[in-house]
Design a protein around this ligand. Structure first.
Ligand SMILES: [Zn+2]
Length: 265
């Protein structure tokens, strides 16, 4: 990068950094955010994912690119906003489509964990917490089926992930689309939309799993068809790591009553 910048190619380097930083971010929060904020046992948690990003990515990356003579990516303020909610959406989504993953994801939302989440992300209970409340209520009502999606969300044609915004209060989820050569492409964010616009020919032929689903290439055209296309038999599909233990917290009495009724019947 130094050599290129010294030879008058700053714009090209800047563009490559802007593209690669965002694509890395989209994968990074998906994998690392839930691991730090939901899957690490509470007793072993230190920094939150947000604090980790602020210290090791925002501070260090910013210093490194400014030292090179580059600018912060044009979407920097937007990126900084997303560290508050992207990975909370990823956690909920991975848990909801747990049948499509090869491990057993934990909800990570016991009462104690929710206290920690609210402390690290003020407002978590009013946004993400309310969605987990609905999930927990469905589980207690014996409606596990309502916690399994019947369809999949539209996936971004650049990063392969869905659009994510803050849930409930301050709802901010929206998708972005661009038309190119008679086909409509969907994006998670204005940044992935911009990446596509830089080199449409490079990305135009790729079909996401949702494109294949909509085009009728995946049959049957439902969630079951998607599981079959992944070649995942029931025994290989992920399930809640604690058998929904967290959903009964504070409602143990109802469960004891429910089990008693089932046994009597
Ligand atoms: Zn994207």
């Amino acid at each position: 990068m130094k050599v290129l910048i010294a030879n008058g190619k700053k714009a090209e380097v800047q563009r490559a950094v802007d593209i690669s930083f965002w694509r890395n971010w989209r994968l990074f929060f998906t994998l690392t955010g839930p691991a730090i904020d939901y899957h690490t046992p509470l007793a072993h948690r230190g920094k939150s994912f947000k604090e980790f990003v602020q210290e090791y990515i925002i501070a260090q990356f910013e210093r490194a690119i400014l030292d090179l003579g580059l600018d912060k990516p044009w979407y920097w303020d937007y990126f900084v906003e997303t560290i508050d909610y992207y990975h909370h959406g990823a956690q909920l989504e991975i848990w909801l489509v747990r049948k499509t993953v090869f491990w057993d994801p934990s909800g990570g939302v016991t009462q104690a964990e929710r206290v920690w989440l609210e402390e690290k992300y003020p407002g978590w209970n009013d946004t993400w917490g309310k969605m987990w409340d609905v999930v927990a209520e469905n589980i207690r009502n014996g409606r596990e089926d309502l916690t399994i999606p019947e369809a999949l969300p539209m996936l971004c044609n650049i990063c392969g992930l869905s659009a994510t915004g803050t849930a409930n209060a301050g709802h901010s989820c929206r998708g972005y689309t661009s038309d190119h050569d008679g086909r409509r492409y969907s994006f998670c964010s204005p940044v992935c939309q911009w990446i596509f616009a830089q080199e449409p020919a490079r990305y135009a032929d790729h079909k996401s799993i949702i494109d294949r689903y909509v085009d009728g290439e995946i049959q049957p055209a439902n969630f079951e068809g998607v599981l079959q296309s992944f070649d995942m038999a029931p025994g290989e599909q992920g399930k809640d790591a604690s058998n929904y233990e967290w959903a009964w917290e504070g409602h143990e009495h109802e469960r004891d009553v429910g089990i008693g009724v089932a046994e009597a019947a």
